[in-house]
Design a binder for this molecule. Structure first.
Ligand code: KG4
Ligand code: ZN
Length: 335
């Protein structure tokens, strides 16, 4: 089955074609970073408008690249939520219209299921069952995955998501949106031994997270270090490093705990924060000691993209799971 996937939940327009026999045929992405950067974050109305502008040109691009025509496409999958309502509606209406026009089934996919399954796009991909760490701008979750659609939530953040904390710390340090990669870059120049930041909730049993206290601790440290309202360059780098170290070690501790609890040896990491190189290195090292293995998507499929939606949709559409929800979207949607 050849499936078209559309992702428009936030600030990236992603379009991809996935074939259940031949794999990923083509994918294209347009990032709206330049549109939102002057506002310091995503402006929902501007995001929706730009999805309207970009989705069809990207669709033409991937169809040309893959050498397919409309009659070759067997189904359309799109992100139905969670995300920004207007942005989601652009993808949903377009996907439903195309599917109706082409006479093929359509399916609304959960954005986090897309992230969760993104490592399956790699040649060396994990086998079920595994534990997934989903770390994005809106979610921090540990999920046991027994198969497509067989998900058990093991733990999640009780307040801010890890990516959100990265973005807020970036603002405190005067770094531009999107903050995560900028904090990571600055942290690489920082000294690990300078500050000792808390590792939230690691001494309590369970698999939940909390990042809001760490954020406040970071803000207090920033205020303490400022001289005449200015933070010295080395202080900024050392704070970024201390914050990143705290997030990385908290996530690592909880991942090991989750694998132990579930008796599993495979961890999958996905979502924007899984692009973080310190987190990748720490997990790889920690799991190697326990003969467990960690899988993650290629960097281009860690953040939002159409390929993960095409893949998730293809698995479900191939299993006959089309839906007829109309173009309804679900801005808040538990997985
Ligand atoms: O998955 P994603 O693209 O969008 C959501 O579904 O939220 O994740 C975006 C989040 C942002 O918070 C961004 O700052 C964070 O992922 N992020 C990173 C890195 N790259 C992206 N955080 C830390 N280190 C990175 N290298
Ligand atoms: Zn995402």
């Amino acid at each position: 089955m050849l499936i078209l996937g559309l992702e428009t939940s936030c600030d990236e327009t992603g379009v991809a074609l996935y074939d259940t026999d031949r794999g990923l045929l083509a994918h294209a992405l347009f990032s709206q970073i330049d549109i939102h950067v002057e506002y310091g974050g995503v402006v929902p109305e501007l995001a929706s408008r730009d999805h309207v502008r970009k989705t069809l040109p990207l669709l033409e691009e991937v169809m040309t690249e893959a050498g397919v025509t409309a009659k070759d496409i067997d189904g359309v999958a799109y992100t139905a939520g969670p995300g920004l309502v207007g942005a989601l509606m652009v993808g949903a209406t377009l996907a439903r219209s195309l599917a109706w026009g082409w006479g093929v089934p359509a399916l609304g996919v959960h954005h986090m299921e897309g992230h969760l399954l993104a490592p399956m796009l790699e040649e060396k991909h994990p086998e079920f069952p595994f534990v997934a760490l989903l770390v994005s701008g809106g979610h921090t979750q540990l999920v046991r995955v027994d198969g497509i659609g067989e998900y058990k939530l093991l733990g999640e953040s009780l307040d801010d998501a890890a990516g959100e904390a990265f973005d807020k710390v970036a603002k405190m340090l005067g770094l531009p949106y999107p903050g995560g990669p900028q904090v990571a870059k600055l942290a690489a120049e920082g000294d690990s031994d300078r500050f000792d930041f808390p590792r939230p909730m690691v001494n309590r049993p369970g698999l939940d997270f909390s990042f809001s206290g760490l954020k406040t601790f970071t803000l207090n440290t920033v205020d303490d270090c400022k001289i005449d309202g200015v933070l010295a360059p080395q202080d900024r780098a050392d704070i970024a490093r201390a914050f990143e170290d705290a997030v990385v070690s908290t996530l690592t501790i909880k991942c090991r705990r989750a694998l132990k609890q579930e008796g599993l040896k495979t961890l999958v990491m996905a979502g924007g924060v899984s692009a973080n190189l310190s987190l990748r290195a720490a997990l790889k090292e920690a799991l190697a000691k326990e003969r467990a293995e960690v899988f993650y998507p290629a960097p281009q499929f860690c953040t939002d993209n159409g390929a993960m939606i095409a893949y998730a949709g293809a698995q479900r559409l191939a299993a006959g799971q089309a839906d007829d929800d109309g173009a309804a979207v679900r801005p808040r949607w538990p997985m």
